[in-house]
Design a protein around this ligand. Structure first.
Ligand code: ACM
Length: 263
């Protein structure tokens, strides 16, 4: 299965420009799974609830969801992409999963980062895994990676590939993901963004790029640079993630001792 990410620098508030950029980047692609960054269509640094209200959208029949569903259909492609979601009076940092037949599902970010807490509600979907033609796909969003429970939960639910839309600013994730993948024996596709947003005088956010695809044995299959726009892909074998055996005596899931753990 050919999986990939599109690392780019969304322009804050310019939804149509950002969508156009994505559709040109994936034109005639032979990818089967594409992961886009967190808040790929709007930019990241919201500075008021009015902005969040203006740029967020319902997922069902929303403008960006329809765009993603069409892109999936036209290119026979599964897509995981982050966007600000509006559900009544509530806003969530969400990821949409679309496939060749349309919208498959959504995930709402469990662990909010920094000032996201001012505007968004903590996700209430829980972690989810979808059994699809290209494998069992689970989703987490950016800072969720910091909590080992996120990938552990997804792996215990049967995820073979974890799609990870991100807007990383801290430096740790690229080094941590090989360990997260190894301890769960899963693939991960982290799609980060590049560029800087300084929409507040005293606060500049520099996004670290370095999107990557990591294998269940901790190999970094491909990795983007810190500051370049890139569509990159790797051939992966999701079904190999079902095997949690290290040797004839150790299976890292069967050997777990949850009765001894404190979490
Ligand atoms: C993050 O969760 N956007 C760092």
């Amino acid at each position: 299965m050919k999986a990939g990410f599109y690392q780019f620098g969304p322009i804050f508030g310019k939804k149509d420009e950002n969508l156009k950029k994505v559709s040109s980047a994936v034109r005639d692609t032979d990818l089967e799974l594409l992961v886009l960054p967190e808040f790929f269509s709007t930019g990241y640094q919201f500075i008021s609830i009015e902005e969040v209200a203006e740029l967020s959208e319902p997922v069902e029949k929303g403008y960006t969801t329809e765009f993603l569903s069409d892109l999936s259909h036209e290119n026979n492609l599964y897509i995981v992409a982050g966007l600000p979601e509006r559900d009544g009076d509530n806003f969530y940092n969400s990821a949409v999963f679309s496939g060749p037949d349309g919208l498959i599902g959504i995930y709402r970010k469990t662990h909010l980062f920094f000032e996201e807490k001012l505007y968004f509600k903590p996700g209430d979907t829980g972690f989810r895994v979808w059994d699809t033609k290209i494998g069992n796909i689970g989703i987490m969003i950016c800072f969720d990676w910091f909590f080992p429970e996120s990938m552990r939960t997804l792996a215990l639910l049967g995820a073979e590939v974890i799609a990870h839309p991100s807007n990383l600013v801290l430096p740790y994730c690229p080094d941590a993901m090989p360990v997260r993948c190894l301890e769960n024996r899963v693939y991960a596709v982290t799609a980060n963004r590049i560029g800087t947003e300084k929409r507040k005088e005293a606060q500049s956010l520099k996004f670290i790029g370095q999107s990557q695809i990591v294998s269940p044995k901790a190999h970094i299959l491909i990795k983007a640079s810190e500051d370049e726009e890139m569509l990159m892909s790797a051939e992966i074998e999701p079904e190999t993630a079902k095997n949690k055996e290290l040797n004839p005596f150790n299976d890292i899931f069967k050997d777990r001792r949850p009765e001894i753990y404190r979490c």
